[in-house]
Design a protein around this ligand. Structure first.
Ligand SMILES: [Zn+2]
Ligand SMILES: [Zn+2]
Length: 659
């Protein structure tokens, strides 16, 4: 057993002080637990650090600010008889462990892996230590090197061809591409007008209800414009309304599986308004405090022990009628589930959010995780659904009523929905028409991505992994390629220019299926089915050729052109174009470089400056791409605002209509 070697001096290394404290509580006095404070080594900042001539050998340095930590680790390792590497249970954790081993050169080291920091899991892990898994380390190393090659070699190209200071990443660029393409779909979208007609109906003196027109002459009805709708309304006014079908059935609503990283991030955006990065930060705190299982996972499996505890809790708290006969088991959908083998769940189901000693964010996220994990083991909610069809001469109306019969899992999560009651009806009932309600609508363009839908898309396309969703989303915003408008992700001009450049010159780097395949190859390295050097080489050789071509062929002037305009150059008469410059958009002559004419691009909102009353309010952007409002008389007038100024009293200033 693991505690038999009590006389030995054992050192345990983890990556954070909080985790060290939590772990320390469960280990005996012969264990000394220290923190590496994250990575101890990394590639250099100032140079590529990868020898592309010699099998991509990486050149690692002690990470910035880690001198003291590594000295401490080396000393502690020398004094210990045995070193346990207890970093997080995924590839990055394995890589951190390997670096620690490389730095300390401890002669006797073992790896311990656990997915929750609880007494039982820790005892189990230390009872079965293993060797470091170099396949996992290689996979992580290959990812790091691929990202480094792309990042460090594309960036200088972007500095020369687009704008200084830019940087591009491998998977991030694919995410930006998705957002840019969605924006183009939206711009190209032409809204179509359509009309809907509802009828408020009544049987005798009963409560009125509203049914929707769905068919004419047995076919789905579509109404394109007002005239058409008016015509139908006129006919419906004269029609006789009769119930032709009443169908009652039971409908079951099932709970969702317990959270994976991806679904947790999506729910936290939608329910709590947390960004993916904030969710991961808070989840990290909960994990390190021993409150939840490891939060980087794509598995929806729950351990037998967890199932037993959750089922016991449900029986005790809600009663047996809420408990399915056998536990609900969910299948992990992702093709190649990574190493972590459980969903995200509370480590102790008895522990409720309100009794946690934790911050507000931690309590909120814990509650979300708790509900999902408990609800997934509860029976479905049951509704009685009534479908009623009403004939009105050649037209058919439909209405659906719904009543909750048993709340099931919604007892835990809430959200059972309101009952939608309908008066009792039977086939042959005559109804009287109270009123017809025609309404105008327009088809909507595909919505912009939110952090939630982007995470979902990345997962579905196979181009993200539990450890990468949040960093991808933070990076594309941090680099100014994408900004948030409310919770929608909108591409900035620089994001559009860089994305178009990459699509044109590095089609593979931003290709969805190629990137997905790359992720699979990293999985294959982790499983020992492939070696990392050939995988990197296969990527790098064509990439290096593309890079050379791009350096020669990209014309800075044309890649930075955003739009054509109808305006002519006052100097040479050629059309003006809108270009992306160092500080955003400007007008340039399409005859550049022969004609050097430029003028500032001013986006107005048709309003006088609230500061001076003379200048125009203009839309400006910070270097990061965040929109703000300023005065056209700047620097004479210093008025500026993050918020779009209200057009106060605008109505009063308008002249009254004449005649
Ligand atoms: Zn010109
Ligand atoms: Zn002003």
């Amino acid at each position: 057993m693991w505690y038999d070697r009590r006389e030995m001096n054992k050192l345990v290394v983890v990556e954070s002080p909080t985790k060290a404290r939590t772990l320390g509580k469960f280990l005996g006095e012969e264990f000394k637990v220290v923190s590496s404070m994250g990575h101890v080594r990394d590639l250099p900042k100032s140079e590529l650090g990868v020898d592309v001539e010699h099998d991509f050998q990486p050149h690692y340095l002690i990470a910035k600010g880690k001198k003291k930590t590594t000295t401490m680790l080396k000393k502690a390792a020398r004094e210990a008889d045995l070193l346990f590497l207890a970093t997080d249970p995924d590839r990055e954790g394995e890589a951190i462990a390997w670096h620690i081993l490389e730095v300390t050169k401890a002669p006797k080291a073992q790896r311990v892996v656990f997915h929750e920091i609880t007494e039982e899991a820790i005892a189990e892990a230390f009872a079965h230590p293993r060797e470091l898994d170099l396949k996992l380390v290689d996979s992580q190393q290959a990812r790091r090197i691929l990202d480094r090659l792309v990042g460090y070699q594309l960036s200088p190209l972007l500095w020369r061809k687009v704008r200084a200071g830019l940087s591009a990443g491998r998977v991030q660029s694919v995410a930006v591409r998705l957002i840019v393409e969605r924006e183009r779909e939206r711009e190209a979208f032409k809204p179509q007008e359509y009309w809907e007609i509802e009828a408020r109906l009544q049987k005798g003196e009963q409560q009125t209800f509203t049914a929707k027109l769905v068919e004419k002459g047995g076919k789905k009805i579509t109404l394109g414009g007002k005239e058409e709708a008016d015509q139908v309304v006129a006919e419906l006014k004269e029609a006789d309304y009769e119930v032709v079908k009443v169908e009652k059935k039971e409908r079951r609503r099932y709970p969702y599986p317990p959270f994976t990283t991806s679904t947790l991030q999506q729910a936290a955006v939608n329910v709590l308004g947390f960004s993916a990065a904030r969710t991961m930060r808070v989840a990290q705190n909960l994990y390190e405090a021993g409150l939840i299982t490891y939060h980087r996972t794509d598995s929806v499996t729950l351990s037998e022990k967890a199932l037993k505890e959750i089922r016991g809790f449900i029986r005790k708290e809600y009663g047996s009628s809420y408990l399915p006969e056998i536990a609900n088991r969910y299948k992990t959908r992702v093709r190649l589930a990574q190493e972590a083998h459980e969903a995200i769940r509370p480590t102790k189901v008895e522990l409720r959010a309100e009794s946690l000693e934790a911050g507000g964010d931690e309590k909120k996220l814990y509650e979300l995780i708790w509900r999902q994990a408990v609800a997934c083991q509860v029976v479905p909610a049951v509704y009685e659904q009534v479908n009623v069809e009403i004939k009105a001469d050649g037209y058919l109306f439909k209405v659906v009523g719904s009543k909750l019969l048993f709340d099931g899992f919604t007892r835990v999560t809430g959200g059972a929905g309101e009952d939608k009651g309908l008066p009792e009806q039977k086939v042959g009932d005559k109804l009287s028409l109270v009123e017809l309600l025609p309404s105008q609508h327009f088809t909507e363009p595909p919505p912009r991505y939110t952090e939630a839908t982007l995470v979902k898309a990345l997962e579905e396309e196979g181009i993200g992994r539990p450890s990468t969703y949040a960093p991808i989303i933070s990076t594309i915003q941090g680099r100014g390629y994408v900004s948030k408008e409310g919770n929608q992700l909108r591409p900035e001009d620089v994001g559009i220019v860089v994305s178009d450049l990459l699509v044109a010159y590095f089609p593979k780097v931003v290709d969805l299926s190629f990137t997905a395949r790359m992720e699979e190859e990293l999985d294959e390295i982790a499983k020992g089915e492939r070696q990392w050097v050939p995988v990197v080489a296969e990527f790098y050789e064509p990439f290096a050729k593309d890079l050379e071509k791009a350096q020669q062929n990209i014309d800075k002037s044309s890649v930075t052109t955003l739009e054509e305009t109808a305006e002519s150059c006052p100097e040479c008469g050629k059309p003006l174009v809108v270009k992306l410059g160092k500080y955003g958009r400007f007008y340039s002559c399409s005859g550049f470089p022969e004609c050097k004419f430029t003028k500032p691009f001013i986006e107005t909102i048709g309003m006088k400056c609230p500061g001076c009353g003379e200048g125009e309010v203009i839309v400006k952007r910070t270097r990061r791409g965040k929109i703000f409002y300023g005065c056209s008389r700047y620097p004479k007038c210093q008025w500026a605002s993050w918020r779009k100024p209200e057009k106060e009293g605008e109505e009063d200033e308008k002249e009254p209509p004449q005649g």
